[in-house]
Design a protein around this ligand. Structure first.
Ligand code: S3P
Length: 443
């Protein structure tokens, strides 16, 4: 692993932000499009792929496992798959860089194949918990052949020769855990079932269906789901068009809300209801967000029109967390510019993201003069309608902390600096240039 030079960036108070643009493709769907393309029997075309470092690392892993992965134009990729259980033993360790999604999903795919592979990542990924996927994968017949002390990377995993289908209730609300079990279930005879108490993003289920697998989803309890996949299908190549990422759209969207006089249109943003908790919350806070030209392309998509809006503090229920799990840092910025208190409940999972995001978000606000508290798993932000700024934010190798801090700086009294904007390239290449093109003062 090479370490890139540190890239400090600062954002200064800017005028209104105006324009119409498309943010890069959805990260969750991009990872999955490459993985399912690699597991299909034949050639899959992907359009609008996010060409961020996280997804490119998943593409490299698919190549190392025997698929052909080729870039044929901007965002246009072709994957020649090897078929379910067709992965070959990779010659070297698979390096997932900063990406928990890439690593955990590919662990699932490898667990269902009779091969051995070593999984590794950067210093941030090496701190993140892997037990949550290893536990069910071991029950399905995979073995941890080396490493894994304390459930941390690097880990060598031997997939099952005869994978066992299981019924698994996920102990944490995690689409990555659900997806790892379903991917391993592709290699098992019979039905693999995942039960989740709270529904999480369902891109894996949608794409499996798109590639011809027999997968059924039923409601389970008040907020949960029961997902059943029939194993050992032939996955049939099917073209994938990746919509714009709502989690990336969140940054220009909040920037427009908090900069008076702004008006933005964000084209082709995915509005899958399991991803739009932020839009719901911002509307409750008083935001003007209109959905134009709503359409359905296997995923719901719309153009979003956003106008700068005065915001008020709200209470965000814990049940909404899975639908906006990546959006709390930027919501906390919006909350700081709102009038009144915002309480965001049930954020335990934020502690195991690319950083301890609960602590990093609170610190990002605090060093810029915002009154903020953590009470158990809740984050409480005292909004005063404005932010003093002037702080240097430690990003802790976390792209979303970096982008949230820079958005805050665009509307703060004094500039806001980040120690390293380099990790933004994992999910949103071109972010700084794009914010500048809207009128943002960043350098
Ligand atoms: C993702 C699931 C979420 C999310 C991550 C992407 C996915 O993680 O935070 O950015 O694509 O499945 P968890 O499954 O750990 O909640």
């Amino acid at each position: 692993m090479t370490s890139a030079p540190v890239q400090p960036v600062a954002a200064r108070r800017s005028g209104p932000l105006n324009g119409r643009l498309r943010v890069p493709g959805d990260k969750s769907i991009s990872h999955r499009a490459l993985i399912f393309g690699a597991l299909a029997a034949g050639g899959t075309r992907i359009g609008g792929l996010l060409e961020g470092e996280d997804v490119l690392n998943t593409g490299k892993a698919m190549r190392a496992l025997g698929a052909q992965v080729e870039r044929v134009g901007a965002g246009e990729w072709r994957v020649q798959g090897v078929g379910v259980s067709g992965f070959a033993r990779p010659a070297e360790a698979l390096d997932f860089g900063n990406s928990g999604t890439g690593c955990r999903l590919v662990m699932g795919a490898v667990a269902g194949c009779p091969i051995t592979a070593t999984f590794d990542g950067d210093a941030s990924l090496r701190k993140r918990p892997m037990r949550r996927v290893l536990d069910p994968l071991q029950r399905m017949g995979a073995r941890v052949a080396a490493g894994g002390e304390g459930g941390r990377l690097p880990i060598t995993l031997s997939g099952a020769t005869d994978a066992v289908p299981i019924t698994y209730q996920t102990p944490v609300p995690s689409a990555q855990v659900k997806s790892a079990v379903l991917l391993a279930g592709l290699g098992a005879p019979g039905a693999t079932t995942v039960i989740e108490r709270e529904a999480t993003r369902d891109h894996t289920e949608r794409l499996l269906r798109h590639f011809g697998a027999d997968i059924q989803t039923e409601p389970d309890g008040e907020h949960g789901r029961r997902i059943t996949l029939v194993g050992q299908p032939e996955l049939v190549p099917a073209p994938v068009v990746v919509p714009a990422d709502p989690s990336s759209a969140a940054f220009p969207l909040v920037a427009a809300l908090i900069n008076p006089g702004s008006e933005l249109v964000l084209d082709g943003v995915m509005t899958n209801p399991l991803r739009t908790g932020l839009f719901t919350t911002l509307r409750e806070m008083g935001a003007t967000i209109e959905l134009l030209s709503v359409r359905d392309d296997g995923e719901e998509v719309a153009d979003l029109r956003i106008r700068a809006s005065p915001l008020r503090g709200v209470d965000v229920p814990a049940t909404r967390a899975p639908a906006m799990i990546d959006e709390y840092p930027i919501l906390a910025v919006a909350a700081a510019f709102a009038e009144g208190t915002t309480r965001m409940r049930g954020l335990k999972e934020l502690r195991v993201k690319e950083s301890d995001r609960l602590a990093a978000t609170a610190e990002m606000l605090r060093v810029n003069g915002v009154i903020v508290g953590i009470d158990g798993d809740d984050l409480i932000v005292e909004g005063r309608g404005r932010v003093q700024g002037g702080g240097l934010v430690a990003t802790h190798m976390d792209h979303r902390i970096a982008m949230s801090a820079l958005v805050m700086g665009l509307a703060s009294g004094k500039p806001v600096a980040v120690d390293d904007a380099g990790f933004i390239a994992t999910s949103f290449p071109g972010f700084v240039e794009l914010m500048r093109s809207l009128g943002g003062d960043l350098s």
